[in-house]
Design a protein around this ligand. Structure first.
Ligand code: SF4
Length: 230
């Protein structure tokens, strides 16, 4: 297990303004630069990851690091994999507190969205680092709770691979299995030649975080595919 205490990141003001659809006349201030500076100070981007080996596989289960996960899609995605990288990335609680204390709904929204951006940068940074270190041409990721097939109830299993996650990087699970601080992401990076994006299998009609269109044909293939038990 490796803990990365500080992942480097930089927010480009023009890019942030574009992604957040910043409108000076609506917000009442001319630029986001002051808020970006606060967000950059408040976000403590860190991560923990593990190198886990694949064990027994079944139709819709796969053993990772000695823990049995139940997901047909994950099982298929790990068909040929021998090792994978479970991970948790967080920006910490400070930026959430800043957002809540900003006293203005729009500023709160900007802080929340910048925290999401920073979190995404952290996850990508970690994926790139693992790809380069282990010489994989491509890594994809799946997160518990992103698809009906791999529900949030599998989250404690993922956490169990790291022992005391709260002590390690300050993230814990709420009673409803959500991560606290909220601006955290967990998942498993795995080698993938074609590349996998959960959104392609997700039929949700309205989702501001969608990264790829729903692919009904691909979703049906995952359901129908006959799995060889190797
Ligand atoms: S479309 Fe939205 S809810 Fe569905 S997997 Fe993508 S990000 Fe998650």
């Amino acid at each position: 297990m490796e803990i990365i205490e500080r992942i480097p990141f930089r927010l480009d003001p023009d890019e942030v303004a574009r992604l957040l659809r910043f409108n000076p006349s609506r917000s009442g201030f001319s630029s986001l630069e002051d808020l970006i500076a606060v967000a950059a100070t408040q976000a403590k981007l860190k991560a923990v990851y593990e190198i886990s080996y694949i064990g027994a596989k079944n139709e819709d289960t796969v053993e990772i690091g000695g823990v049995v996960f139940r997901s047909r899609v994950l099982r298929q995605n790990l068909g040929q994999a021998q090792k994978v990288f479970p991970y948790i990335v967080t920006v910490g609680p400070e930026i959430e507190r800043t957002a809540a204390a900003s006293g203005d709904l729009l500023r709160q929204y900007y802080f929340e969205e910048m925290a999401n951006l920073i979190l995404g940068i952290g996850a990508s940074w970690l994926g790139e680092k693992l790809k380069d270190r282990w010489g994989f041409p491509r890594l994809s990721s799946m997160s518990p709770g992103s698809l009906e097939d791999w529900p949030i109830t599998e989250q404690p299993k993922l956490f169990s691979l790291f022992g005391d996650v709260e002590k390690t990087i300050g993230v814990k699970l709420s009673d409803s299995l959500l991560m606290l601080p909220r601006k955290s992401i967990s998942g498993i990076f795995f080698p993938s030649e074609k590349g996998f994006i959960s959104c392609r299998l997700c039929p949700r009609e309205v989702c501001p975080s969608r990264q790829a269109p729903y692919d009904e044909k691909l979703a049906a293939e995952y359901q129908k595919k006959k799995i060889s038990l190797d």
